[in-house]
Structures are given as C-alpha cells and as structure tokens.
Design a protein around this ligand. Structure first.
Ligand code: NAI
Length: 261
C-alpha cells in the first residue's frame, strides 16, 4: 500500500474496461479519488464506481472521447469541480486492429494514432497546464506497450503510436522535471483484457502468445495496476522518463531461452 496516494485525485482515461478498470479499483484501494473516463460503456459505469468505493476510494465518472480536445478539457474540469484538484493523470485509452500494411486505410491509421498518441498528448497537455498553474508536483502515466520496442507486422499503426508514446513521455519528462512533475509510461506485454479477447478465445493463438512470454503466462490487469500505483506514489519520487516494462520477460529475446539460443 502507498499512503502517499490517500486523497489524491486521479483521472484515468478508458477506465470502464481492462487495465483502466483495474487501475481505478487499485487507486481506490489506495484511498484515492478516482475520475473514471468512459467512452461508450454507460451500462458499466455505476458498477465500477461501486467497485472503487468498495475498495476504499471515492469515484465519479465522465463520458468523453480522448481524441477530442473539448472532451479532455471537460474531464480535467470535472475532476477539479468534483474533487478539488488533479494529482495524477493516467492516459490509458487505446485501440488496435489488425490490417496488413499495404491495405491499411488512412482512416484506420488516423483512428489509431489519434486515440493512442494524440489522445495521450491531449491528456498530458491539459494535466500539465493545470498542474503548472496550481503548482502541483503531479504525476503523469502514459500507457505504452511492448510494441514501443517490438515491431508488429499488421499492426504498424499501433506500433507507431506506442513508439510515439515513448518519446512523448521522455520529452515531457525532461521538459517538466524542473517543476517536479514526473512523466512515465508503462509498457505491458500480453494482458488478459477485452482488447485481446478474440485472440485468447482461440487456443492456438493463445498458445502462440504464451510461447513468447518467458514467465509462461498471460498477465493479469492487476499486475499492471500495481505498476501504476507505484509510479504515482512518493516511492517513485525520483523516477521520471521511465518506461516500466511489465511483460513477463517478453522483451528479453525469448527465443534465446536456455536450449533455444
Ligand atoms: P480495453 O479494450 O479493455 O481498453 C481500452 C479502453 O479505451 C476501453 O475502455 C475503450 O472504451 C477506451 N477507448 C477507446 N477509444 C477511446 C476514446 N476515443 N476515448 C476514450 N476512451 C476510449 O483494453 P486494455 O487492454 O485495457 O487497453 C488499455 C491500454 O493498454 C491501451 O492503451 C492498450 O494499447 C494498452 N495495452 C494493452 C495490452 C494488453 O495486452 N491488454 C498490452 C499493451 C498495451
């Protein structure tokens, strides 16, 4: 547990499902005040608020599209109006779709880049603006992926967006370090969330993914949430510009495990 997170105001984008939801609940368990941004999951929202409150935190929800400037501004305003501040911004919302690159439409390219990269830029910019104006030594956490490092055929738009998140994070870390604002990202490997549901329903595809993970299992959303609370806490007070890989070893050249390399 991280006592420094008690009462802190945390905005999480795309928090109705998967990693965002697990982070919302974990920040709740740390007694934080959580702003749950959701996209089109109205039906789910009350259940998530209840879950965060049951875990020990406070929660409110706000619909919004991270690709829209006015929606992102509204999320921050909502946090400040409801809970009085903003201490932690988690830019988590993201999408992917598989298309061979020679067939990738400009529409698909733009959709992924604007959600995964522009959305994180907008969330970071609005949070930074508020933190600077109010002299808050806050923390920004961007959700990257092992694909900021591992090339991914048929997902060139996704890999490009996550490569962008890496340098977005590092550049903002450098720019705002003098203000005491820390900017980091988490790069998960394969985690059991709705984004992977189709793939993991197919036993052959799932087996293929597990073969790429030296630790031998698909990660749990809670294993990413625990990285987020550490990064946001004062225990990580000297950490900025970091990509925290949480991937069961996926980025450590699994083909070279003993006997194979
Ligand atoms: P997910 O599909 O459950 O979550 C994505 C969330 O983003 C959903 O709640 C969705 O409604 C929301 N969203 C999509 N477009 C949006 C928009 N325009 N505005 C606001 N919200 C929007 O999948 P998951 O796994 O929880 O993904 C969360 C993040 O983690 C993504 O950035 C993803 O790229 C990243 N990630 C996930 C991995 C995994 O294996 N699950 C691995 C590496 C990275």
């Amino acid at each position: 547990m991280y006592p420094s997170l008690e009462g802190k105001v945390v905005v999480i984008t795309g928090a109705a499902t998967g990693l965002g939801r697990a982070m919302a609940v974990r920040f709740g368990a740390e007694k934080a005040k959580v702003v749950i941004n959701y996209f089109n999951e109205e039906q789910e929202v009350q259940a998530i608020i209840d879950e965060v409150e049951k875990a020990g935190g406070s929660a409110t929800a706000i619909q919004g599209d991270v690709t829209k400037e006015e929606d992102v501004k509204r999320m921050i305003d909502h946090a400040v109006k409801t809970f009085g501040s903003l201490d932690v911004m988690v830019n988590n919302a993201g999408i992917e779709n598989e298309v061979p690159s020679e067939d990738l439409s400009l529409d698909d390219w733009n959709k992924v880049i604007s959600t995964n990269l522009t959305g994180q830029f907008l969330g970071s910019r609005e949070a930074l603006d508020y933190m600077l104006e109010n002299d808050i030594k806050g923390s920004i956490i961007n959700m990257s992926s092992v694909h900021q490092k591992i090339p991914w055929p048929h997902f060139v738009h996704y890999a490009a967006s996550k490569g962008g998140v890496k340098l977005l994070t590092e550049t903002l870390a450098l720019e705002f370090a003098p203000h005491g604002i820390r900017v980091n990202c988490i790069a998960p490997g394969a985690i059991d969330t709705p984004i992977n549901a189709e793939k993991f329903e197919d036993p052959e595809l799932k087996k293929g993914v597990i073969e790429l993970i030296p630790m031998g299992y698909i990660g749990k959303p809670e294993e990413i949430a625990s990285c987020a609370v550490w990064l946001a806490s004062s225990e990580a007070s000297y950490v900025t510009g970091l990509t925290l890989f949480a991937d069961g070893g996926m980025t450590q050249y699994p083909g070279f495990q003993a006997g194979k390399g």
